[in-house]
Write a protein that binds this ligand. Structure first.
Ligand code: ADP
Length: 490
């Protein structure tokens, strides 16, 4: 199969090698990257293993002793260079992203803006890593707390936001003085490599940023988790793999930030502005074809407005244009692969068997391949899989509820706790519900988090993981607190 070209202004962004210790390395063993819209082959990428991962970790460790001592202001400058280069090349990286991931080009550009916001934010935060001086406990003593970088970090990232998940982890880490080995998802390595290429151009010293690509994530994961030199892993992906990484990291007691699966409730109360709620749900649910850990997974609508709301929503869903992400009119791209299609189909089949009604969609799209129809199900009950498991696809299941108390219990009846959303105009209710919902993030009268950029702390509770990315808290995961106790000062 011939490699199909991506039309880029800056051709140097398309690299089929990995950066280890400042050198771009290839491999005889490679794996193929395909465009999920067309099935075209777009690249052959090194299929690396334990040996190369270990070499990348050694390089990152060596670089750590230098990078962590670079003054914060200098680290900030290099991050600003990276920011500038990513901004200049954002349209090209968005094209790479759409070609390997499938989302519409406008969404890929939106993701680039989101990704860029983390580099900008943490370039600034590098200069604000403050410590504390404690009040003297006893005479002749002075106490201080110093913040220092954690050490060598690994970033293991998913395919659904292949640009933002790199910058959301690496930018705060670099700002703190950490070095990285990145392992991107096998479906979307090209976006990650392009960002690494620009980091190299920006002037990060050799070994500070390394990337290894592989078709055998278990082998890379085993090396990362068992290697004593890795002090921290930041992972975004499934709860299942998060558990594996945590278990494997136990013998070397690594720090972990895990941003895992969700099962987000989206609640519409009868006092809500229904048009805003419809808009919010459209944005939240169908962005990236529902392939987002914060995607509304279960939609609860109060009984009085249930029929009206479902009708209004279906009208909007029918306006979605499914197609190749590169086509200007497409508003929803393909799913990532066949496995994703099978999961959505399984959830629909299970729901219909148990009494749900298909309001629109319900089957693979006539375009074939990985395309699926945006789907709305009504009469959904909590017994159905789609009401308790993450679908990760373009399926909106509607469940009717009567009271606030009842819907809070529904919303919290899950092991997950990443995102949740509700719409209401009653200020007292807004406070009550926002405080009662068990999730790391709550959208009140909004269906989107990403448009807040790096300002918002992002992360979950319960089995959606722990750690926070972005915001002024995002750098804490990459810092250790060292206590200094001074005696005999008089
Ligand atoms: P998904 O099911 O959506 O692909 P995963 O959690 O499997 O999500 O993948 C997220 C990231 O984790 C990807 O980069 C993938 O290669 C990586 N990964 C999968 N399994 C392992 C593993 N056992 N060890 C380390 N990384 C893994």
């Amino acid at each position: 199969m011939k490699i199909s070209k991506i039309a880029l202004k800056n051709k140097s962004l398309l690299v089929n090698k990995c950066l280890i210790n400042g050198k771009w390395v290839g491999s005889k063993k490679t794996f193929k990257v395909h465009n999920p819209s067309t099935g075209d082959l777009i690249a052959e990428i090194p299929d690396l293993g334990k040996k190369e991962t270990s070499a990348a970790i050694d390089a990152a460790e060596k670089a750590f002793y230098l990078w962590s001592k670079v003054p914060a202001i200098e680290r900030s400058k290099i991050l600003k260079n990276w920011h500038k280069l990513v901004v200049e090349n954002a349209d090209d990286i968005a094209k790479i992203l759409t070609t390997e991931q499938g989302k519409p080009l406008s969404d890929a550009k939106g993701e680039m803006n989101y990704a860029i916001s983390f580099i900008e934010w943490f370039a600034e935060e590098a200069k604000r890593i403050y410590g504390d001086i404690m009040p003297d406990p006893i005479k002749n003593k002075r106490l201080m707390a110093l913040k220092q970088p954690v050490g060598v970090c690994a970033a293991i990232t998913p395919w659904n936001f292949p640009a933002a998940m790199i910058t959301r982890k690496c930018a705060p880490g670099f700002a703190a003085g950490c070095t990285f080995v990145i392992k991107p998802a096998e479906q979307t390595p090209l976006t990650a490599i392009a960002l690494v290429k620009l980091a190299e151009d920006a002037g990060f010293p050799k070994g500070v940023i390394n990337i290894v690509t592989s078709l055998e994530p278990e082998e890379i994961g085993a090396e990362i988790t068992s290697n004593i030199k890795i002090r921290k892993i930041s992972f975004t992906g499934s709860t299942e793999v998060g558990r594996i990484l945590m278990k494997q990291s136990a013998p070397t007691l690594k720090k972990l930030s895990l941003e895992l699966g969700g099962c987000a409730p989206f609640i519409v109360f009868e006092d809500a502005n229904l048009d805003h709620a419809v808009q919010g749900l459209m944005l939240g649910k169908f962005r990236n074809g529902g392939q987002a850990c914060v995607s509304p997974n279960r939609i609860y609508v109060q009984e009085k407005i249930y029929n009206t709301f479902v009708k209004k929503f279906v009208i909007e869903v029918k306006k979605l244009v499914v197609g190749d992400g590169m086509a200007a009119k497409s508003t929803m791209g393909p799913l990532i692969d066949e496995r994703a299609i099978l999961k959505v189909q399984d959830h629909i089949k299970d729901a219909v068997k148990k009494g749900a009604t298909v309001e629109t969609g319900g089957k693979p799209h006539k375009l074939g391949g990985n395309f699926f129809e945006p789907t709305v199900l009504s009469n959904v009950t909590k017994k159905m899989k789609c009401a308790s498991e993450e679908t990760f696809g373009p399926l909106a299941p509607f469940i009717k509820f009567k009271t606030e108390q009842e819907v809070i219990a529904y919303a919290n009846s899950t092991d997950f706790g990443l995102a949740s959303y509700f719409f209401s105009k009653d200020i007292a209710r807004i406070w009550r519900v926002a405080e009662a919902i068990e999730s790391g993030m709550v959208g009140v009268n909004t269906g989107l988090y990403a448009n807040s950029g790096a300002h918002l702390p992002f992360g979950g509770v319960k089995q959606s993981g722990f750690g926070r990315e972005g915001s002024r808290y995002g750098i804490d995961d990459y810092l250790e607190i060292k206590a200094l106790s001074f005696g005999n000062i008089e």
